[in-house]
Design a binder for this molecule. Structure first.
Ligand code: SF4
Length: 763
């Protein structure tokens, strides 16, 4: 069978480039939402799907993890992205055995990611047999028997990897990690390894919990909101409503981003007449156009300026009472920060000293500050140190653990935080394993497992031979596409639990399975009746989610049912658990979660209340649950980013028509780019300096430790981006992100810091 390198082929040459927008949402967002929903799901199914989205009696949005209001929810509690996610899932088109008989794996690989998503829902389990060219149907029992055979034939349980995407529900995730640990390994890589792992690594030792500390209503109480390395207009659109409310209540917003993103400039609220008529609420008051990779230096500059203000007027810029009562390490931080030269800060960040001092003054004048951040910060080599410096800054102001103030790492995928709470983690705590082992009468494995990057290395090196994915599109989500594709192809078995066809299915192991599951919008009926699942949002609220649409096929299984049957087939009498009994009624799963994981007391009862319940969060109440019981200042030297002549620092970004790896369309409306994804955004001076012009085709070459990687034929777009910086779309540019280029401590791929050069493409 012909294999391919795992990259998405280019779309037809229909690119057009216009002007970037200066405000997000509004009437166009509504029109686009309805076009997707009615176009893909039909009028009645689509409208019903939307009316249930983010409602207490409906389902949690399968897209991002932004929270819903605790109290009153409107009938339209969703955004354009949520609508597109629902349209994609509630799609009435289907691909069955005829489709796969017609299309070989090699031919499918020649189609784009967008095309794959547009073919429709998977309707039955499929297998690609050794040496086969086409997927063919397989019965569920036969699929589980095949998996069990491959898993049980391994020399060690550590030769299997069990990946989880952040859409899996709490119930599916808990069963999955339980199965994996009863099987005998902690090899539980997840998508969090590639996004907010850096946040968890930074927050645990400094404040005591790897999660944010704010609630949604804190935004209305804040005086100052920092939004760093985040593009909420595209990736968490309803955050704009929270920012709008904050602005109306008098807050100032400081945005830190290399690009002038529409969603940070102004918001046309589609739930208001003015917003629909095109009147926007200006959002950002101070926009710091930092260089790509310059956040660490910027934060050190902000701390320097805060310390300097406090010298000028002692006790004004630093909350000394808070520092004395709750923190450790202040003097070391002060000495280290004051030693950082301003020249370094300005050169590395690309932001002037005056601008930095101005923001420091705004911080010093604000009692209640919220700091939000996302992938722009977490996917850099010094991500953990950068986030720790953000914590330092907030601790200096005493801005954690009081109303209107705190830390807000904004999570990407809907239940990525909940999955980690449920034990999807390659380095579980002894406390968690003790509780799990006690509840289920077994001895869980204690050795740390592989995270995502180490898992790819293990498949590449042949020490991992079976790859199972609970959701997601692993190949397109991960760095170093060609290396990841080769690693997956090196496996004896690859098995993906999926809703639709994606590129990961097209880089199979020797045998490959596609296990189609119910979407979150669909009715989940088990032996014990109709079920609901639960999720945890970005602010630690656990809530109910119940699908009500007719499933796309009677042959689909729910994710918990797939996991339970996989476990029963693989473990047989070795298991202490009656898996089929457990999955017959999800209340039974939640009862077991309650007995293992702190904070879930009366789970079944409390989660049935509209809005669900908050998990405990010590730092929210100024209980810093670190080993020393204090909030810890840390010293995080920022290394200089040094480039050779001609080099640029590239970051990958998403278009407005995609969510993570899912491509809903070919436009990036807010940036004025249409019908083309293979583009590179460059400063006009950088374009001219290289003898290029807008519209030229270039090959992008990344450089890392003497190695080069090439992504051919990207179209140059002159864009308002700092000199020396470049931006390209994910996943097309993932091929340039070296597997070994990871953030210190968190091992997160540095997709926001890739050193590249440009070469004119061959004509
Ligand atoms: S903000 Fe996020 S969770 Fe809310 S509707 Fe939009 S995509 Fe879904």
């Amino acid at each position: 069978m012909t294999t391919h390198d795992g990259t998405c082929p280019p779309e037809p040459d229909t690119l057009s480039v216009g002007h970037p927008k200066t405000a997000a949402a509004g009437f166009t967002a509504v029109v686009k939402s309805m076009a997707h929903v009615w176009g893909e799901a039909g009028f009645f199914r689509g409208t019903r799907a939307l009316m249930l989205l983010n409602q207490s009696s409906g389902y949690d949005c399968p897209s991002c993890a932004w929270p819903d209001p605790d109290d009153v929810r409107s009938r339209t509690e969703f955004c354009e992205n949520g609508a597109k996610a629902i349209a994609w899932e509630a799609d009435t088109r289907k691909i069955g055995r005829e489709f796969f008989a017609q299309w070989s794996v090699a031919d499918l690989a020649q189609q784009t990611d967008y095309w794959h998503g547009q073919q429709g829902r998977l309707v039955e389990p499929l297998v690609l047999r050794p040496g086969g060219t086409h997927y063919e149907p397989i019965a569920w029992d036969a699929a589980f028997t095949l998996m069990a055979g491959e898993l049980n034939a391994l020399a060690s349980p550590d030769e299997a990897l069990f990946y989880t995407s952040g859409r899996a529900s709490n119930e599916a995730a808990f069963l999955y990690q339980l199965f994996v640990r009863q099987f005998g390994t902690n090899n539980l890589p997840d998508c969090s390894n590639m996004c907010h792992e850096s946040s968890g690594s930074a927050l645990g030792p400094t404040v005591g919990i790897g999660k944010g500390t704010v609630k949604l209503d804190d935004f209305e109480k804040a005086q100052l909101i920092l939004v760093i390395g985040q593009n909420p207009g595209t990736n968490h659109p309803r955050m704009l409503t929270a920012l709008q409310k904050a602005k109306r209540a008098g807050a100032k917003i400081v945005a830190v981003n290399p690009l002038p993103e529409a969603g940070l400039l102004a918001f046309r609220n589609p739930q208001e007449v003015g917003g629909m008529l095109g009147f926007g609420t200006p959002l950002t008051d101070t926009y710091l156009r930092v260089r790509v990779g310059g956040d660490a230096a910027l934060l050190q500059g902000l701390m320097k300026a805060v310390f300097a203000l406090d010298v000028e007027k002692p006790g004004t810029a630093i909350d000394r009472a808070f520092v004395a009562e709750y923190t450790e390490g202040f003097h070391d931080l002060r000495a280290a920060t004051e030693a950082v030269p301003w020249d370094f800060v300005v050169e590395q960040s690309g932001v002037s000293r005056e601008q930095i001092e101005d923001v420091a003054k705004q911080m010093a004048a604000s009692e209640r500050i919220i700091a939000c951040w996302a992938m722009g910060v977490t996917q850099t080599p010094n991500a953990v140190g950068t986030i720790r410096d953000l914590v330092n800054l907030m601790l200096l102001r005493g801005a954690i653990g009081k109303p209107g103030a705190g830390l807000c790492p904004v999570r990407g995928h809907s239940n990525v935080q909940g999955d980690r709470t449920m034990g999807i983690y390659e380095k579980p705590s002894a406390q968690f394993l003790d509780a799990l082992g006690k509840e289920f009468a077994f001895d869980p494995p204690r050795l740390p497992g592989h995270d995502t990057v180490d898992g790819i290395r293990a498949m590449r090196d042949g020490t991992a031979k079976v790859f199972v994915a609970l959701g997601g599109n692993f190949l397109s989500a991960t760095p170093d596409t060609a290396a990841t594709a080769a690693a997956l192809r090196n496996c004896r078995l690859t098995a993906h639990v999926s809703i639709k066809l994606n590129r990961s299915h097209l880089v199979p192991g020797r045998t490959a399975l596609i296990l189609p599951c119910l979407g979150r919008t669909e009715t989940d009926r088990q032996a014990g009746g109709v079920q609901f699942v639960t999720t945890e949002n970005s602010m630690g609220v656990v809530q109910k989610s119940q699908g009500k649409l007719t499933p796309a096929s009677p042959h689909l299984l729910s994710e918990p049912a797939i996991v339970a049957r996989m476990a029963a087939a693989t473990l047989g009498k070795r298991s202490t658990i009656d898996w089929l009994n457990l999955v017959a009624d999800y209340d039974r799963i939640r009862e077991r979660i309650e007995r293992v994981i702190p904070g879930f007391t009366n789970y079944n009862q409390r989660v049935r209340r509209p809005g669900g319940f908050y998990l405990p969060n010590g730092p929210r109440d100024r209980r810093f649950t670190t080993p020393n019981g204090r909030a810890n200042f840390t010293v995080n030297p920022a290394a200089a980013n040094r480039l050779e002549p001609g080099q640029l620092v590239m970051m990958t970004i998403r278009t407005h028509d995609q969510f993570n790896t899912t491509v809903y369309g070919l436009d990036d409306r807010y940036r004025g780019i249409s019908q083309g994804r293979r583009v590179v955004l460059l400063n006009a001076d950088d374009v001219r300096e290289r003898g290029l012009k807008a519209g030229d085709a270039v090959d992008l070459v990344s450089h890392f430790r003497g190695e080069t990687r090439t992504a051919p034929r990207f179209v140059v777009i002159e864009y308002d981006i700092p000199r020396g910086s470049a931006a390209t779309y994910f996943p097309e540019a993932n091929v340039l992100v070296p597997l070994d280029s990871v953030a210190a401590v968190s091992n997160t791929p540095t997709s926001k810091y890739v050193v590249i050069t440009l070469q004119r493409a061959a004509t």
